[in-house]
Design a protein around this ligand. Structure first.
Ligand SMILES: Cc1cc2nc3c(=O)[nH]c(=O)nc-3n(C[C@H](O)[C@H](O)[C@H](O)COP(=O)(O)OP(=O)(O)OC[C@H]3O[C@@H](n4cnc5c(N)ncnc54)[C@H](O)[C@@H]3O)c2cc1C
Length: 464
């Protein structure tokens, strides 16, 4: 058997992108994947199926809430849950097949099975040991467990995000434990489909890590959409009986105990790195306290020739962060200079409206000791957003007061996940808010609000 230049373990967005880039750079590459299909968490049970359900349920919401306002009458749209599941499965299927096609096109060997690293340069899958000059660990993550709560995805009552994507039917009531991105996206899906959704969160605010003003406005908007929030609440246990659940929690402010009944409980308390079965202990690969693989600036682990990327290493657990690291580490392995700018990694929540952010929050910018300016523009002043019934949000830009350089941007609004990228490009180029303010933006677009926020950092926005 010939020796590979690179074996990538895991075919998620980190692993498959790494394999493709390495093959494009002329390396002989194999990728090991334990799942039946390529694409990892993202394509199979993460980004893609959740976005399919968000899209379908958004359409339903539009037909119920907004069609008549636009003169589109009598749209009695019913939900065919099994057809919605088929649409989701087809979306996933075409995408995972797409990766298969790209592997063939780039002559990447797909080794099917679970990999163990026997030593630097040796990857065992089943009974076969493959030789390779370099190994990239891209084994991703799995849902975190919550003490006192047993997840049973097959049962469909107490589920994690994977189970929530394939519920046997739409529950009448759902408790979401955890007000992070995944909980709020999937909570929104079921709220739009008619479930009474209560989100129970340990902290006193939702979406930890986001800009404070965004957190507040986002919670207001979701509350208006029918989601209920119980904040500052520690869930102590979940019991099930005959297809329903009881969630017990204590309010942190007064220690009082409460119980909510629900047809379904979604445990969405975060994700943890997944490295089981790789044999990293035996190899002496150093790990962080929180169980991530420790890497240096070139994604190299403590063992020469073994690299790690994506959700398995520290940093935001996002598909595009994993992809960027995948490309960069392929360059490093090929003897080039891979680079990821961790200051410019956008984060998006795909609810309606979307929430998107990049760079520093106002709080973090202030904490850094800089003098800052904040430019804010409400979508109420944006014609396009009003026509879309999504004018409740805003664009908030944070810039260095001395240099006018853009430090961060936070958007709640229609297509915020697309709009954020002009700010990402600006930040990559070290642009000033004035550069964005002086750039002509097409009218009528939601992106005009980004320009207005940039104008608000200087001589003032126009439409306020
Ligand atoms: C419901 C949900 C929604 C999400 N939505 C978004 C979103 O909208 N945007 C976003 O950026 N991120 C989103 N994420 C996060 C995103 O899915 C992850 O950040 C991303 O998939 C991480 O990529 P990765 O390549 O590091 O790992 P993964 O995608 O987890 O892939 C790792 C792969 O490695 C395989 N593997 C593990 N161990 C072995 C082994 N020993 N041998 C062989 N194969 C192995 C696994 O089977 C898996 O397929 C979402 C996640 C979830 C759960």
């Amino acid at each position: 058997m010939s020796t590979y230049d690179l074996i990538v373990i895991g075919a998620g967005p980190g692993g498959y992108v790494c394999a493709i880039r390495a093959a494009q750079l002329g390396l002989k590459v194999a990728c090991v994947e334990g799942r039946e299909t390529l694409g990892g968490t993202c394509l199979n049970v993460g980004c893609i199926p959740s976005k399919a359900l968000l899209h379908a349920s958004h359409m339903l919401h539009e037909s119920h809430e907004n069609f008549a306002k636009m003169g589109l009458m009598n749209a009695h749209v019913d939900v065919d849950w099994s057809q919605m599941q088929s649409y989701k499965a087809e979306t996933v299927g075409t995408n995972t097949k797409g990766i298969e096609f790209l592997f063939k096109k780039n002559k990447i060997d797909w080794i099917k099975g679970w990999a163990e690293i026997e030593g630097a340069g040796k990857v065992k899958v089943g009974d076969t040991t493959y030789e390779t000059r370099n190994i990239v660990i891209a084994t991703g993550s799995e849902p975190s467990a919550l003490k006192g709560v047993e997840v049973d995805n097959a049962g469909g009552v107490v589920v994690d995000s994977t189970g929530a994507l394939v519920l046997p039917n739409i529950p009448k009531s759902m408790v979401v434990i955890g007000a992070g991105v995944i909980g709020l996206e999937l909570g929104s899906v079921y709220a739009r489909l008619g479930a009474e959704v209560t989100v129970v969160e340990f902290l006193d605010f939702i979406t930890p890590g986001m800009d404070g003003e965004v957190q507040k406005q986002f919670q207001k908007i979701l509350t208006k959409q029918g989601l209920k929030f119980v904040l500052g609440a520690a869930v102590s246990g979940v019991t099930t009986d005959n297809g329903t659940a009881k969630v017990t929690y204590k309010l942190r402010k007064d220690d009082s105990e409460h119980v909510i009944d629900a047809d379904c409980v979604l445990v969405a308390t975060g994700r943890r790195p997944y490295v089981a079965g790789l044999g990293l202990d035996k190899l002496g690969v150093e790990m962080t306290e929180r169980g991530f693989v420790k890497v240096n600036d070139h994604w190299q682990t403590s063992v020469k020739g073994i690299y790690a990327i994506g959700d398995a290493v520290p940093g935001p657990m996002l598909a595009h962060k994993a992809e960027d690291e995948g490309m960069a580490v392929a360059e490093v392995v090929a003897g080039k200079h891979g680079h990821v700018n961790y200051n410019v990694i956008p984060g998006v929540i795909y609810t309606t409206p979307e929430v998107a952010s990049v760079g520093l929050t106002e709080e973090a910018a202030k904490d850094s000791g800089r003098k800052i300016k904040v430019g804010k523009f409400p979508f109420m002043g944006n014609a396009r957003a009003k026509a879309l019934f999504q004018a409740d949000g805003f664009v908030k830009m944070i810039v260095d007061a001395e240099t006018d350089r853009v430090l961060g941007c936070h958007i709640i609004g229609p297509n915020a996940g697309e709009m954020i990228h002009e700010v990402c490009v600006a930040m990559e180029f070290g642009a000033a808010a004035e550069d964005i303010a002086l750039t002509c933006h097409a009218h009528p677009t939601c992106s005009e609000a980004v320009r207005e926020a940039a104008l608000a950092c200087g001589s003032g926005a126009i439409h306020v």
